[in-house]
Design a protein around this ligand. Sequence first.
Ligand code: SF4
Ligand code: SF4
Length: 278
Amino acid sequence: MVKGLINKIIPFSFVDGPGNRMAIFLQGCNFNCLYCHNPETINPCNNCGLCVNACHYNALSIENGAVVWNKNACQQCDECIKACNRNSSPKVTSMTVEEVVNEIKKVKSFISGITVSGGECTLQSEFLTELFREVKKLGLTTFVDTNGYILLEDKKDFLGVMDKAMVDMKSFDREEHKMLTGKDNETVLKNIRYLASIDKLYEVRTVIVPEVLENYYNVDNISRLIAELNPKIRYKIIKYRPLGVRTNLIQSYTPSDQMMKELYCIAKGNGLEDIVLL
Ligand code: SF4
Ligand code: SF4
């Protein structure tokens, strides 16, 4: 039975797709972004035990060589995550589809769907295919939030039960994308084109990072691409915010409202109809 490695589940979210949604964060990522907001979702835990003593609530222990998290004792202070030097978390749990569906059923009447994020959720596409199949039986919609690095074109079973994708296009320039994430953007572009062609691309997102990225070049080219595919697809242009990111890896600041307005005008001028500044 395939299981999912789950970092956390947020029962209600208004920022992860349309309407009120349950947001499920999976563990594991194939990028290593300089500005990662959830670095504790990048790697699986290797049970080194370093975080155990950082917990002041006795919510962590080592049993048979593995770190054990006591959910009931946990106060969600995140001291364990700060102590981990492996971009992981001892709070990650391995769950079956049935277990996740049971969590969804508890809030089913209050949500319109689920959004699975990460980490990079498509790394666990086998688990997601089974999960989405069950979620659709409940009459809920299924969205993913992805970095676009796993080629989706060949994953027909998965695409058959996934309603829409929100894809990050972090940089239009191949080398810059590599500098930022550790990987090039070739597959990301392929996925964006393919998802748009089958009407499953809900949104494209770009984070604006002054002094680090060629932001004007990126927004210009990415918005041209979206306009060519379908000008109604939403383009979300997001301010870099230093809070919670690995500030030791990146030297930047939050872009001004003026800069965001200029970027909006570029995207608008390229023909996009649905631009969101965040
Ligand atoms: S988040 Fe929970 S497990 Fe981690 S240190 Fe705080 S109380 Fe302990
Ligand atoms: S979460 Fe990090 S520090 Fe804690 S046991 Fe796992 S790898 Fe070690």
